[in-house]
Ligand binder design. Sequence first.
Ligand code: FMN
Length: 379
Amino acid sequence: MARTQDDAERVAAERRRDSPLYDESNRLKLGLFSMNTSGGMVISKAHSSHRIEWGYQLELARQADALGLDAFIPVARWRGVGGATDWSGRSFETMTFAAAVAASTERIMAFSTVHVPIFHPIVAAKMVTTIDHVAAGRAGLNVVMGWLEPEFEMFGMKQRDHETRYEVGAEWIEVVDRLWTEEEPFDHAGRFYSLVAAQAHPKPVQTRPVVLNAGSSPTGADWAARHADFNFASYTTADAAKEYVDAVKAKARESYDREIGVLTYALVICRDTEAEAREALKWILDEADWEAANNWISVLGIQSGSFDGNIRGRLAEQFVAGAGAALVVGDPEGVADQLVAIADSGLDGAMLGFTDWERELAYFGERVMPLLQQAGLRG
Ligand SMILES: Cc1cc2nc3c(=O)[nH]c(=O)nc-3n(C[C@H](O)[C@H](O)[C@H](O)COP(=O)(O)O)c2cc1C
């Protein structure tokens, strides 16, 4: 049988009309991101009820689902970064997590994340298919080519160079797409994978579960434009976001004849007044786990000589409060306005994090969601 990614994408596009991430009545898609790791988006000792315990996570997933949020996206993390909090040192594995979320919710998309070098494509394809059946067509997959060096060291693996990682990823997704769509067994003799009579049954409910990729380098963004349904990008300013979103969407359209969406992620600090929200932010910063934040920044490789191994200042603060996410801080009107600005920059969705997740999500649902409806962002 011929290669069927194009056919699969056409069928998938039809089926996805019911999918929350394609629901046109919600101009700005909303979800939660990084709830499955200790600290979430906050590298601070500031008190939070957030727990890496299933009871807590289950309630959060059900709460997000009941509020009508569109996606529940855990982070794939294998170890912490040290410091007083060992930020992200406790985490739930995302495939098994997504299966449990899928079984416990009704509408929200249940995402998992794979590290391409760690998950064989046959294993990943079948796992996501299983989640898609549990979820009756609500599985999503974030594909990561490899990232944090200490994690790969822990596995005893040496990461390939950046460009080659994406070449592996291209072959990986090609195999996954064939397993998701082709009925007949196929042999695959590629540069990185060699498969004999590869087959996987049943097929996913969606034909092609929604594929996410967070690459943002030219090579990463190109991979997303070619293979992903959504790119997952950091947000700095509305102008920079608009430029990035336009470029990625144009790339997908012009080079690959595809449409893709772009999502971002944000830490929300919303209180009755702007002053209270600023006070809450100040508390997170006052209680910062600077050692963990500095470790995280140097693992990311963005530490430069000018920061001298012990950075403070705005960039560091954005990592303590947000771990690199956009910071959305204010009273309900202010938070809604900032989300409107995110939508106006062309982004299709914002995946949110909080400090005290359950309590703050409930407040967000009560006070901000109605404003987003009034603003025409949510149906
Ligand atoms: C929003 C977002 C989510 C990400 N999620 C994960 C993750 O769960 N696990 C992981 O190892 N890397 C994750 N990454 C890393 C990316 O997949 C990618 O490797 C990184 O952004 C570097 O991009 P580049 O390869 O284009 O240079 C994430 C990045 C972003 C911006």
